[in-house]
Design a protein around this ligand. Structure first.
Ligand code: FAD
Ligand code: SF4
Length: 491
């Protein structure tokens, strides 16, 4: 590295790609917020990297991307090599570059964070892969030797897609099942287009199909096809089922008109924005039962401060709400969502009320407001999180016409898994590994699992990491196994 390069961060500030103008966003644009770097901008931002000998960014990235190495390749204009290197660790780099909470992960660990501004790692990752795909680059599987083994992947979310990618690279044929007609899981129907343009998912599908991955979509496993049939047809099965048990908080008044659960709200809105139905069939029927209310001129209150809550507040702004307030029971420093998304929400006009815990939604058939109590943070619990403790006598009512509940999700174990020796914790998370099992192997030898159904609702990049690493375990088992026990008692 030249001396000039070494000190580039002093002259060149951190810069993100240009955003959609604020006026367009508040007027209703759901276009992806951040534009794309050109080669010169990407190379310039990449050149700010200090190439630390022991890069903290790599350590903090859940898939341990070779970040300084591909930043160097971008500086040299070697984008195809950079794309190939990105894919060595990350099966879905263009998605992660867009939706990872980088301020908590790679960029949060960047050495330049101490006053200079972290390298824009996510935006460069997005630039590399978008550019390489646009130039026609595709992963090279020409040296992969087919093993003759076949694996079913249930769930076309990030965990399932990452697993399928790695299986294909190991010469194992992957067939991905999903109950919806489109791939992506929450990438497709949960995360709004202003964070992830859905055309990006269509490109990834074409790439995976080019690698030999097959899709059987609109198939609900357990209803349209039994697990016994899959275990009979395939050598192993990966479960990337996600986490869809909705946490409603049990608030009095949540049955009032104008009270909406977050995910159906986002799903319905996504349908309208994309102009088509991404679903083969509804999850437990609730999406189709929820007509999206007209938010124009309404006072919207969103309860919850995670990624889902941020997507709700920013969608509500775009849908013409008169005011949008996010109420969260801890302080800003303890919000689970990305700081970047909070900043974008503020810029778009969202108000934040921290240290407020909802007690009741009040109304007369229609929601009229939320009774809140102020909180202070107590001592850290066993997980290191400080509990929000209500302050007696601090109650007040926040007026609202629409209340969106975004308290989070947990996994639900389908009945058809329970009879197969697949165990779950009380919170619904599938138990994998340990006790002589391979990593990500469930209590049934041929069933592996990863992503939100194992971790609980988390992140795209952690689902990708688990899908990737589960594929390695499956390949290990298939290489070593003489026969795969199919100890089945249920369909
Ligand atoms: P999912 O993405 O949920 O995919 C599971 C798939 O399995 C689904 O497509 C489902 O249809 C399918 N499936 C389940 N059961 C069956 C069955 N029986 N038969 C057939 N198919 C089945 N993370 C981030 O990193 N950044 C963000 O900005 C972000 N924003 C989010 C916003 C919202 C609104 C939500 C809800 C989540 C967000 N997340 C974000 C979290 C992230 O989307 C998830 O952690 C991630 O998608 C989990 O991946 P997964 O593959 O485990 O599950
Ligand atoms: Fe950062 Fe996510 Fe990319 Fe890792 S995958 S380098 S955490 S944006």
């Amino acid at each position: 590295m030249s001396k000039q390069q070494l000190f580039q961060f002093l002259e060149s500030p951190r810069e993100m790609p240009a955003k959609v103008p604020l006026a367009e966003r508040v007027a209703g644009s759901f276009d992806e917020l951040y534009g794309r770097f050109g080669q010169a901008e990407a190379a310039h931002q990449a050149g700010r990297c200090l190439d630390c000998g022991n890069p903290y960014c790599e350590a903090k990235c859940p898939v341990h991307n070779y970040i300084p190495d591909w930043l160097q390749l971008v500086q040299e204009g070697r984008i195809i090599e950079a794309a190939a290197l990105c894919h060595e660790t990350n099966p879905l780099p263009e998605m992660c570059g867009r939706v990872c909470p980088q301020d908590r992960l790679c960029e949060g660990a960047c050495t330049l964070n101490d006053g200079f501004g972290a390298v824009t790692i996510g935006a460069v990752e997005k630039y590399i892969v978008d550019t390489a795909f646009a130039q026609g680059w595709r992963p090279d599987l020409s040296k992969v030797k087919p093993t003759g083994k076949r694996v079913a992947v249930i769930g076309a979310g990030p965990a399932g897609l990452a697993c399928a990618d790695r299986l294909a690279r190991s010469g194992i044929e992957a067939t991905v099942f999903d109950r919806y007609e489109q791939i992506g899981g929450l990438l497709q129907f949960g995360i709004p287009s202003f964070k992830l343009d859905k055309a990006v998912i269509a490109t990834r599908r074409a790439v995976l199909e080019g690698m030999g991955v097959r899709f059987r979509l609109g198939v609900d496993v357990g209803r349209d096809v039994g697990i016994a049939a899959l275990l009979g047809e395939f050598d192993a099965v990966f479960l990337g089922l996600g986490a869809y048990r909705y946490t409603d908080g049990g608030l009095p008044g949540q049955e009032l008109a104008g009270v909406l659960p977050a995910l159906p709200f986002l799903v319905q809105n996504g349908r309208i924005v994309t102009g088509h139905d991404p679903h083969g069939r509804p999850i437990a029927g609730w999406e189709d039962q929820l007509a999206l209310p007209d938010l124009r001129g309404k006072r919207v209150v969103v309860l919850g401060g995670g990624d889902t809550g941020m997507d709700c507040v920013r969608s509500a702004i775009r849908l013409g709400a008169a005011s949008v307030t996010c109420a969260y029971r801890r302080d800003e420093a303890n919000m689970p969502g990305s700081a970047r998304e909070v900043a974008n929400a503020r810029e778009e006009g969202v108000q934040f009320l921290f240290n407020r815990q909802p007690q009741e939604i009040i109304g007369d058939g229609q929601a009229r407001g939320v009774r809140m109590v102020e909180t202070r943070l107590g001592e850290p619990d066993a997980n290191g999180r400080r509990a929000a403790q209500p302050i007696p006598g601090s109650e007040s009512v926040l007026d609202a016409d629409v209340v969106i509940i975004a308290f989070g999700f947990s996994p639900r174990v389908p009945q058809w898994l329970q009879a197969l020796g697949v165990q779950a914790q009380a919170n619904g998370r599938l138990v994998v590994g340990g006790n002589g099992r391979l990593p990500y192997q469930t209590g049934h030898d041929a069933l592996f699992a990863g992503g939100d159904c194992v971790r609980g609702a988390d992140l795209v990049v952690t689902a990708v990491q688990e899908g990737r690493d589960a594929a390695a375990s499956i390949a290990r088992m298939l290489r070593g196994a003489k026969a795969i026990p199919l100890a089945l008692t249920a369909a």
